[in-house]
Design a protein around this ligand. Structure first.
Ligand code: SF4
Ligand code: SF4
Length: 136
């Protein structure tokens, strides 16, 4: 299964058009919305994970978006934390809306699920030890 994480920027005139619907219907893409900030009449942002059995279909779907005037940017950054320095205080989990950072209730240790991370970077300043970094 091919997957791509992208940040889409919708100009104000496109925020009310069913563009993501076409990705599903015309390009057979599975869409996982990781983050959304869409207000009618204003520029909108969506962070999506697109998947399909074929990477080519994902590329075609992204080409469609670009032709419609949607800004497409790959999520290429990554969050890295030095686990051996972590004191499992949980401060970073409070700001992690997708639940990528969680304290395991059984072990009371921090768990980082990279698959859920949308690289919003909110956890970086939240860590009192400064052990969460963004890698490019
Ligand atoms: S960058 Fe940090 S706060 Fe944002 S989703 Fe990833 S782990 Fe959570
Ligand atoms: S805030 Fe820092 S020290 Fe605390 S659990 Fe998160 S990564 Fe570990």
């Amino acid at each position: 299964m091919a997957k791509r994480r992208v940040v889409l920027t919708f100009p104000p005139e496109l925020t009310e058009k069913p563009i993501t619907y076409h990705l599903v219907k015309d390009y057979d893409l599975a869409i996982n919305i990781l983050r959304a900030k869409i207000t009618p009449g204003e520029e909108g942002k969506l962070v999506l994970e697109l998947s399909n059995g074929s990477a080519e279909m994902i590329e075609k779907g992204l080409d469609f978006l670009v032709k419609q005037g949607v800004g497409v940017e790959a999520v290429s950054r990554e969050i890295f934390l030095t686990e051996e320095e972590c004191i499992h205080c949980g401060a970073c989990t409070a700001v992690c809306q997708p639940g990528a950072l969680q304290v395991d209730p059984e072990t009371a240790r921090l768990r980082f699920d990279k698959e859920r991370c949308i690289v919003c970077e909110l956890c970086v300043p939240a860590c009192p030890l400064g052990i969460i970094k963004v890698l490019f």
